[in-house]
Ligand binder design. Structure first.
Ligand code: ADP
Length: 720
């Protein structure tokens, strides 16, 4: 009796397809195979195998098993779990899991090896080469180097047939990490936290810990200590460290390398395809035992994953909002469960979701309440802009400017934090009042002075800044409203002409290498004033940074996001936490128009617990996360009549279920993007409801016209 293989293809298809296992082929779960689909042969993965029942219509046979690493069972299960949770086609997460396998292969390398022939003319140099060549196959230049002879000697032996050249696949060498190398001498509270983590990990089963420690308390040291135990206890165990920003990976890679004497695998969108493929294969083969990466590293084919660390677990960047929509923190916990691995969530300002889980005892809660060594938390002061605002057209208040002057005079560094890229967030015509927006899109164009362009941060559209208003034709009438980092940089340069001022935002820093250079330059003290968006405000250690100025503390509070207050608190606590990380005292000044707001009060009093308690109470009252579940549906289409017809039909089709309320359809706040109109539903459910199952049932009841797109977002973070 032959077998049937369910093969999942890495594309948006509703399910896996069945194929026959041909005679002579012995498939295993997770095999990468060549599957015929219509006239094409596609790469797929075997996700299930069963005996054929007989009497069914004949299935197409699979073409071949690819000579590629097999996906481990945990990865296959995780991909399917993630699809079900996110209410998306399973081929979507599979495509992420196969990203490394589909990347371009590294070029094969030339190696030489002994053929067994003896040289016609033995010389001492040749003898050295023969001796060196017995160890392992290496490239001709490496062999010459190992033997301590010139390249010509090796060449001569190749020509004589004593050595033969062979092309081999470049297999990435990942030196094994050495967990026995000593780490930092931990202080008593760090040691206690590390001990608790080690005890948890020694259980060898799925467990989650929340490592809740103020900025600079040594969370990284503590989780590296836990990782050391995992690596030491099992020679094949693997550790994944997830970070929210590519800019943060470099510093952690350096610390992992220093701690374990071997470089970890690096995984994020900036890693070049051949390097990506090397990491992917080495992870599948178990040769790469530590990975440091961004959220998609969670989909790597780990063969024996024993620990997942989610650093800065509260960070909204862990939420992937496009394509396959998922939250890497939540999926990390799910993957930990599938792999029976430990999960450590680390943060100075944990998400309310994780705090709630810790309070309820689902997660172990480990706290580090003070900075390591002499470092003190910064003194945080509120600047009430209503009392002492900056001059017109300026953004730095007299109090902040004074503090910057004092800091500069002492030879110390200032970080000005403003979470807004570009020069000005809005350009309008003072003649007719027209606001510049991207074509067929509801969002404002942001002025960038470096490039001289107006840019839509939503769609990427850009155009040179026009000389005349495109609406009324008036000349020189366009004015820049509000500040972005470039404008604050301009102001800082004007105020302190001798100071070295730099900008750090995703427009000025393009890749991981540049980010590393900028961070090193800052850490070495070669920048006096750094104007930065959140890209630089998180995680870094700048020893000489003693002043953080938050230019617009109220920025994140605007808008209808349920997490606005929480996020603002987290971001500002992170940003202000950059000050005074060594022996020098630090201070932070918050410019705000709403000093009485709970977020500002909690920050100034450094009273996180009071803030969390108040915020939790509000969420509980409204049944919002973490006390209830949410899902969003964004439906978009070009034709407004067709779109309206479909969303009305969709509203009719919403299943009735206890504990679930469907709101909408309503126009999305961004009602038009790239010519597509957008409507939203919001679904609120009690915690006991399987919201993914509810949404899947709903989706199955409607069939959108080809031109209408439906995107389901479980636990949305964006409400636009
Ligand atoms: P966190 O991750 O909590 O922000 P880090 O682990 O980055 O904290 O530690 C902050 C700084 O203090 C780093 O420069 C780190 O090397 C140093 N540090 C923390 N703990 C120790 C320790 N036990 N011994 C020496 N240095 C430490």
């Amino acid at each position: 009796m032959s077998r049937i293989a369910s093969v999942l293809l890495p594309m948006p298809l509703p399910e896996a397809f069945d194929y026959a296992e041909p005679e002579g082929m012995v498939l295993q779960l997770g095999d990468q195979v060549a599957a015929p689909l219509g006239p094409r042969l596609l790469r797929g993965v075997v996700v299930a195998l069963r005996e054929a029942a007989g009497g069914n219509r004949p299935l197409k046979p699979l073409e071949a098993i690819l000579e590629e690493p097999r996906l481990p069972p945990g990865t296959v299960e995780f991909v399917q779990w993630a699809a079900r949770y996110s209410v998306d086609w399973p081929g979507q997460p599979l495509a992420i899991a196969l990203r490394g396998a589909r990347a371009q292969k590294p070029r094969p390398v030339r190696v030489v090896e002994l053929t067994g022939a003896t040289p016609a003319r033995p010389t001492p140099a040749r003898a050295k080469v023969l001796q060196a060549a017995t160890a392992q196959a290496v490239s001709p230049p490496d062999l010459a180097r190992a033997a301590g002879v010139g390249a010509g000697v090796v060449k001569g032996l190749i020509e004589e047939g004593v050595l033969a050249v062979r092309l081999v696949d470049a297999v990435a060498r990942f030196d094994p990490p050495d967990p026995a190398r000593p780490g930092a001498a931990l202080n008593p509270s760090q040691a206690a936290a590390a001990q608790a983590l080690k005890a948890m990990l020694a259980e060898g089963s799925f467990n989650v810990a929340l490592l809740d420690g103020v900025t600079g308390s040594g969370k990284t040291e503590v989780y590296l200590e836990a990782a050391a135990q995992v690596l030491a206890s099992d020679p094949t165990a693997q550790v994944l460290i997830l970070l929210p920003e590519i800019a943060l990976t470099q510093a952690v890679i350096a610390r992992v390398t220093a701690r374990f004497g071997a470089e970890p695998g690096e995984w994020h969108s900036d890693v070049a395809p051949p390097a990506r493929r090397r990491v992917w294969e080495a992870v599948a083969g178990g040769r790469c035992r530590i990975v440091v990466g961004a959220r998609s590293a969670l989909f790597l084919p780990f063969s024996n994953l024993k620990l997942i660390v989610v650093d800065e677990e509260h960070d909204a960047s862990f939420k992937q909002e496009e394509g396959f929509i998922y939250h890497a923190r939540d999926l990390a916990v799910a993957r930990g469960k599938i792999e029976a691995a430990g999960v450590i969530l680390a943060s100075a300002t944990p998400s309310l979701e994780s705090l709630r889980n810790a309070e309820q005892g689902r997660y172990r809660w480990l706290k580090l309440s003070s900075r390591h060594g002499a470092a003190q938390l910064p003194d945080i002061q509120i600047i009430d802009l209503r009392q002492a605002p900056p001059d017109t057209g300026r953004w730095l208040s007299p109090a902040l400017v004074k503090a910057m002057g004092e800091t500069f005079a002492r030879g110390e560094q200032t970080l000005l934090f403003l979470n807004r890229r570009g020069y000005a967030p809005l350009v309008l015509c003072k003649a007719c009042g027209e606001r510049m927006t991207a074509p067929d899109t509801d969002s404002w164009l942001v002025e960038h002075r470096y490039s001289g362009r107006l840019v839509c941060h939503l769609t990427g559209f850009s155009m040179p800044k026009p000389k005349a208003c495109p609406h009324c034709g008036a000349h020189d009438s366009l004015v820049s409203i509000g500040p972005g980092v470039e404008r604050v940089e301009e102001e800082a340069k004007g105020l302190f002409p001798q100071a070295r001022v730099a900008v750090f935002s995703s427009d000025t820093i393009f890749d991981a290498r540049e980010a590393r250079r900028m961070i090193e330059t800052m850490a070495e003290g070669q920048i006096d004033i750094l104007v930065a968006t959140q890209a630089a405000a998180k995680g870094h250690n700048f020893p000489n940074l003693t002043l953080v100025g938050v230019v617009d503390a109220d920025l994140g509070l605007r808008g209808g996001d349920l997490r606005a207050a929480e996020r603002t608190y987290q971001l500002l606590a992170q940003a202000t936490g950059r000050a005074g990380r060594r022996d020098k005292a630090g201070r932070a000044l918050l410019q705000t128009w709403a000093p009485e707001h709970a977020v500002m009060q909690a920050l100034a009093a450094q009273d996180r617990d009071a803030f969390v308690e108040a915020e939790m109470a509000e969420r509980e009252l409204a049944g919002l996360p973490p006390f209830g579940r949410l899902a969003a549906v964004v439906v978009s289409g070009v034709d407004p009549v067709q779109l309206e017809g479909f969303v009305q039909a969709m509203a009719q089709a919403a299943p009735n279920a206890a504990g679930v309320a469907v709101y909408g359809p309503a126009d999305a706040p961004l009602a038009l993007i790239r010519g597509r109109r957008r409507k939203r539903f919001l679904v609120r459910a009690d915690r006991t409801v399987d919201l993914s199952a509810y949404m899947a049932t709903w989706r199955a009841r409607v069939k959108p016209p080809a031109a209408v797109r439906v995107a389901i977002d479980i636990d949305p973070y964006s409400f636009l």
